[in-house]
Design a protein around this ligand. Structure first.
Ligand code: ADP
Length: 547
């Protein structure tokens, strides 16, 4: 990969000289170890999901070297994280913490500010510190992936599940601090965490919840992973989707293993989704739907086969609706428009009862069809849902990327009430913009219960300026359109965070003004991830960094 400009490498952090930077790096090497500080002065390699870079965004949407680091440092302990934070304050160098940096579609490992030093916590701080079979909980460091936690739990032999998102290679802790979701009944990752250890931007360490109360004789508090709130203001939330601290340990609840049955329901007509949503809502709120089910457009049945778009359609622009239907007809889903994936949990009788209600209620929608895993071929996507929905990490979702050559993706991820009317408004604006920019529309609804995460996956070709620009402009337009209708995103790519944060502007930006007050109090020198989630410290605020 070629750098776009001829610049001396590494790219410097803002407001520093090369001499000052070299001096700072020499000191960091002395403190953390020669081997644990790497300069970003080699060609940028996008790699792939399992060999992802920690130097830039592997799914770059602007130029590849637009959001690059100057260096990466690998701390081995909480103390070393404190040392790095103090070092950053001394040299006024922005640092950007990542757990594993597999946050692809949201910026990956890339810092929001060009030339920041990436603090890669995951490489050396990768221990499962505790698995408690009686409390059904664990305590992990940032470098523990879903695969690693899954294996660690399996190795204990305890009948416990983890909850994994669509892809299992990311960090359990990193995903939870970004408020990611999974698909078992424990799919709300932040909601199922219990206790944190955080290094503040000044170098102080705090423990939240019951962890703030020392256990006897220096032990961890025995309730640290049992009770989320402790005493006083509940502070954990401010360390998620923010730049207020570096999380070095985090507790999670683990679900006791149980029997489960996954199913798939297909719906015939494109315009049936309001009716589908009205059917889903009461079932979700009453917990008849046992997990975070997904409603996907049938185009995804094509995409998850891993075959490229060209295989299905070689023409220009979007793949036409009739072409999707034609292919779907010969696939197990048949000629349909929407596919619903759900799972029920618990003893046989319990599941049987739930499935009966599900069959009956969805059966009222004309042309719907329920299928169980044993009715589908072995390579069908439902089997991969069976794994994910019972806490077994998979990589199947990567098959999407084959849709385009040099495939990368971005997400548009607004929240909607679980209602047909609201989802319709969002889909219509998405469709309009996707048509305008000639991008295939891949909508998925992840239904938590009262709300749905509407996840729209924009797949683009990283080697094509036009393809990137279309995806970028389309996303910007959808964020603005959605806000005008009163909808906002739950998460976004680092380059869209100013725009998204700016839509949460009720009462003259009262929330952002509060966040800025917190930021300035906790991080007076503005060294920790400036600009992340749209929060700029005083030092950078209003100086042209916002985009
Ligand atoms: P993943 O672990 O899923 O690969 P990342 O490491 O890319 O995810 O982290 C996802 C997001 O959360 C990034 O925006 C990152 O800056 C932030 N983040 C990750 N780990 C921490 C942490 N330990 N402390 C504070 N922020 C973090």
């Amino acid at each position: 990969a070629e750098r776009t400009q001829v610049e001396e490498l590494p790219i410097l952090p803002p407001e520093t000289t090369r001499a000052k930077f070299n001096e700072a790096v020499a000191e960091l090497r002395k403190d953390i170890g020669e081997r644990n500080v790497e300069l970003n002065d080699k060609p940028l390699i996008d790699g792939w999901y399992m060999e992802h870079p920690n130097t830039h965004d592997a799914f770059h949407i602007l130029e590849q070297d637009d959001t690059v680091s100057s260096a990466t440092v690998y701390p081995g302990s909480t103390e070393e994280v404190q040392t790095i934070v103090r070092w950053a304050n001394k040299y006024l160098i922005p640092i950007y913490p990542i757990s594993m940096g597999r946050n692809l579609g949201y910026g990956g490992a890339a810092p929001r500010i060009r030339g920041a030093v990436v603090v890669d916590l995951g490489r050396r701080m990768d221990k499962v510190l505790k698995i408690d079979p009686d409390n059904c909980s664990c305590l992990v460091e940032p470098g523990v992936s879903y695969y690693a936690l899954y294996e660690a739990v399996q190795a204990t032999g305890y009948p416990l599940w983890i909850d994994t998102p669509d892809l299992g290679g990311g960090s359990v802790l990193g995903n939870a601090v970004d408020r990611g979701v999974g698909y078992t009944p424990y799919g709300d990752h932040f909601g199922c965490h219990c206790g944190m250890e955080v290094v503040l931007p000044t170098g102080e360490v705090v423990r939240t919840g019951m962890g703030a109360l020392p256990g006897k004789d220096g032990a961890d508090n025995p309730c640290w992973q049992s009770f989320q709130y402790g005493y006083g203001p509940y502070s954990d939330g401010i360390f998620t989707q923010s730049n207020f601290g570096i999380v070095t340990k985090m507790g999670f609840w683990l679900m006791p293993e149980t029997d489960h049955t996954s199913y798939m329901i297909t719906f015939r007509d494109e315009d049936q989704y309001p009716e589908i949503m009205s059917t889903i809502r009461p079932l979700a709120i009453n917990k008849v739907l046992g997990n975070v089910p997904q409603l996907r457009h049938v185009i995804q049945e094509l995409a998850v086969t891993g075959k490229p778009k060209k295989f299905f359609y070689d023409g220009p622009g979007q793949i036409p609706r009739e072409v999707i239907r034609k292919w779907a007809k010969d696939m197990p889903c048949g000629d349909c428009s929407w596919v619903f994936y759900g799972t029920v949990y618990g003893p046989d009788d319990f599941r049987k009862g739930q499935l009966e209600i599900i069959r009956r209620e969805f059966g009222k929608i004309d042309g719907s069809r329920l299928m169980l895993p044993e009715e589908l071929p072995e390579d069908h996507y439902l089997h991969s849902r069976v794994s994910v929905c019972s806490g077994v990490p998979v990589l199947r979702e990567l098959d999407w990327l084959n849709w385009m050559p040099n495939g990368a993706h971005l997400f548009f991820a607004p929240i909607a009430p679980t209602s047909g009317e609201d989802v319709k408004r969002l889909f219509e604006l998405c469709r309009k913009r996707h048509d305008e920019y000639g991008i295939d529309l891949f909508p998925t609804l992840c239904v938590a219960s009262r709300e749905s995460h509407v996840i729209v996956n924009l797949v683009y070709d990283r080697s094509s300026k036009e393809s990137k620009k279309a995806a970028y402009d389309c996303l910007r337009a959808m964020i603005a359109d959605a806000a005008a209708e009163g909808y906002g995103e739950y998460r976004t790519h680092i380059l869209f965070s100013d725009q998204v944060a700016g839509t949460y502007n009720w009462n003259n930006n009262a929330l952002m003004r509060m966040n800025e007050a917190l930021k300035d109090a906790l991080d007076p020198n503005g060294i920790l991830a400036p600009g992340k989630n749209g929060i700029w410290p005083k030092r950078f605020r209003g100086k042209g960094w916002e985009i």
